[in-house]
Ligand binder design. Structure first.
Ligand code: OGA
Ligand code: MN
Length: 198
């Protein structure tokens, strides 16, 4: 992974992706999503100039979530075996971007602030057309003027990248955009300062 990212189309079976999409839509209709913030814990605040998605943390309460978390656990172990990243746990949320919503260029971790080591994003959008926008842009070279990689948020595609190395951005879309964003974290907990995944 010298590029510090990977894109895998159809990484998860279509029936699992479908079940996760149905769950996300149902929870969204029930009002279970909340405007996403920036930062962690007490430092968290909302900034609609930076991001406009709504999110809900996965809690393993449905069969579809359990299946996904199971697959992610296999991935965690495989990555640790191959790349020695010391991934310890996972936190993940459903995310809904309404038409026109975005998440401006950002890093998911800096200076080890939140323990996030490897970001993993799964898309849940059936029949997404290229002209509907909503692409994820990646800057493997943070100093480059233009992004090197753009990923269409098609159902089943999984994107992984190093959380503190790859700036990225979610572009506006003309239709609702559903994803699950997750972060494999290292173990930052100490006896006096536990830092559990959400
Ligand atoms: C994030 C993020 C990317 C995407 O939630 O931090 O960058 O494509 N998501 O949904
Ligand atoms: Mn991100």
């Amino acid at each position: 992974m010298a590029r510090h990212y990977a894109v895998a189309p159809d990484y998860f079976p279509a029936h699992l992706v479908r079940a996760l999409r149905r769950e996300a839509l149902l929870r969204h209709r029930r009002g279970e999503f909340h405007h996403a913030g920036i930062g962690r814990g007490q430092e968290q605040h909302r900034n609609t100039q930076v991001r406009r998605d709504r999110t809900r943390w996965l809690d393993g309460s449905t069969l579809a979530q359990c299946r996904l978390l199971d697959e992610m656990e296999h991935l965690r172990l495989a990555v640790n075996r191959a790349l020695f990243l010391g991934l310890f746990d996972l936190e993940a949320h459903f995310a809904v971007y309404d038409p026109g919503a975005f998440y401006r260029r950002h890093l998911d971790a800096f200076n080890g602030n939140n323990g996030r080591v490897l970001s993993a994003v799964l898309y849940l959008n059936e029949q997404w057309r290229d002209d509907e926008g909503g692409r994820l842009r990646l800057w493997p070279d943070p100093d480059a003027a233009t992004p090197v990689m753009e990923v269409t948020p098609r159902a089943g595609t999984l994107v992984c990248f190093l959380s503190d190395r790859i700036p990225h951005e979610v572009m506006e879309a003309s239709r609702q955009r559903l994803s699950i964003a997750g972060w494999f974290r290292c173990n930052n907990s100490t006896a006096l300062a536990p830092d559990p995944a959400r």
